[in-house]
Design a binder for this molecule. Sequence first.
Ligand code: NAP
Length: 250
Amino acid sequence: MKYTLITGASSGIGKALSFQYAEKGHNLIVTARREYELNKLKAEIQDKYDVEVVIKPFDLSEPDAAERLYEELAGLSLENMINNAGFGDFSMPWDVDVTKAQRMIDLNVRTLTTLSLLFVRDYANHNSTLINVASVGGYSIFDIAVTYCATKFYVSSFTEGLAQSLKEQGLPMQAKVLAPGPTESEFVTQSSHGGAIAGDNLFAEDSFISAAQLASYAYQLYESDADVGIVNNRKLELKKPMYLYISVPH
Ligand SMILES: NC(=O)c1ccc[n+]([C@@H]2O[C@H](COP(=O)([O-])OP(=O)(O)OC[C@H]3O[C@@H](n4cnc5c(N)ncnc54)[C@H](OP(=O)(O)O)[C@@H]3O)[C@@H](O)[C@H]2O)c1
């Protein structure tokens, strides 16, 4: 039996991705901190779809959490990994809560990197797919979220690099960047938390798409040959990598 690992599955985009992948018949391993929400998600999905759901409650901003989660998956075979867990911070740089910024880097960058590299190490020779969730803020800088955007530039460049290296070597694993625009979830509340800027009026209400819509875009990206799926004006654009990739003879 093969599984799709989805991080940040307790709300918003990750929860919608869990329903989307279950509907398409994928068994799931879902992780986040809120165990109660994961249990509820598991019950709702197994009520509706004939798939297995394994829950793994973890605080993925803790040091070594990614390694510990991956070790716990040792007996399970992975088909896909979706690194979605993440949060933002709406503050001008001089107002940033440094501790929140460090936690954000630990989750958005450190954990995502560790899980991606372990997956690539073990599954590059398999028909497997890695999707890392960046943001439109992973391709453009917003003044109210410079540090967050930098974490997402990391996600987009790292994942594009993996995608091109895998292709160049003719390996079957695919790596893809999903770059959402404004999407209904707990993101705005979490990004405003402890920050100097309230998120309520930052984005026009009609700029948001539902998490279910984003999840269906993610599945289109999954089934496509594209490396990047970026949401522009509420529509999905499927693209080739956008960063210059240089292959150094070695
Ligand atoms: N919504 C948007 O407008 C938007 C736009 C662009 C990109 N994104 C990206 O989309 C991804 C999903 O966000 P979302 O919009 O769905 O927001 P969300 O509703 O706040 O979901 C975030 C998920 O990450 C999990 N998470 C947060 N901190 C964690 C930690 N320390 N350890 C483990 N899990 C943790 C949360 O679960 P627990 O709280 O239970 O741990 C939750 O399941 C993020 O990477 C975000 O940057 C969102």
